[in-house]
Design a protein around this ligand. Structure first.
Ligand SMILES: [Zn+2]
Length: 91
C-alpha cells in the first residue's frame, strides 16, 4: 500500500516537493524518493529515499494495527542518485 505525500509529510515532519518517479525500474510501494524542502521547520535542499511500511488487513487481523493504512515503520536516508536507475537527483 502506497502512502500519500501529505501523510508522509506529517509522519516525517518534512515538507516534500518533487517525487522521483522511476521509469526504468519497478519501485516497491514502500519506497519513495522525494525532494525535501523542509525538515523540522528548517530549510533543506536534498532528496531522500523513504521506506514506509503501512498496515494491511493482515496487520489489523493479527492485532498489530488498529486500522488499514497506519504507518508501522518509517525511515529515510539522503540520496544523491536514484538507487534503481542511477539517475542524478538534482537538488
Ligand atoms: Zn530512478
Amino acid at each position: 500500500m502506497k502512502i500519500d505525500r501529505i501523510s508522509l509529510e506529517k509522519e516525517s515532519d518534512s515538507k516534500l516537493s518533487q517525487e522521483h518517479i522511476c521509469q526504468q525500474n519497478e519501485m516497491p510501494d514502500q519506497l519513495r524518493i522525494f525532494h525535501v524542502d523542509e525538515y523540522g521547520g528548517r530549510p533543506q535542499q536534498h532528496y531522500e529515499l523513504f521506506t514506509v511500511w503501512v498496515s494491511t488487513i493482515e496487520d489489523v487481523q493479527s492485532g498489530d494495527a488498529k486500522e488499514i493504512g497506519e504507518v508501522l515503520n518509517l525511515s529515510s536516508i539522503k540520496v544523491h542518485y536514484c538507487p534503481f536507475c542511477g539517475g542524478h537527483l538534482n537538488a
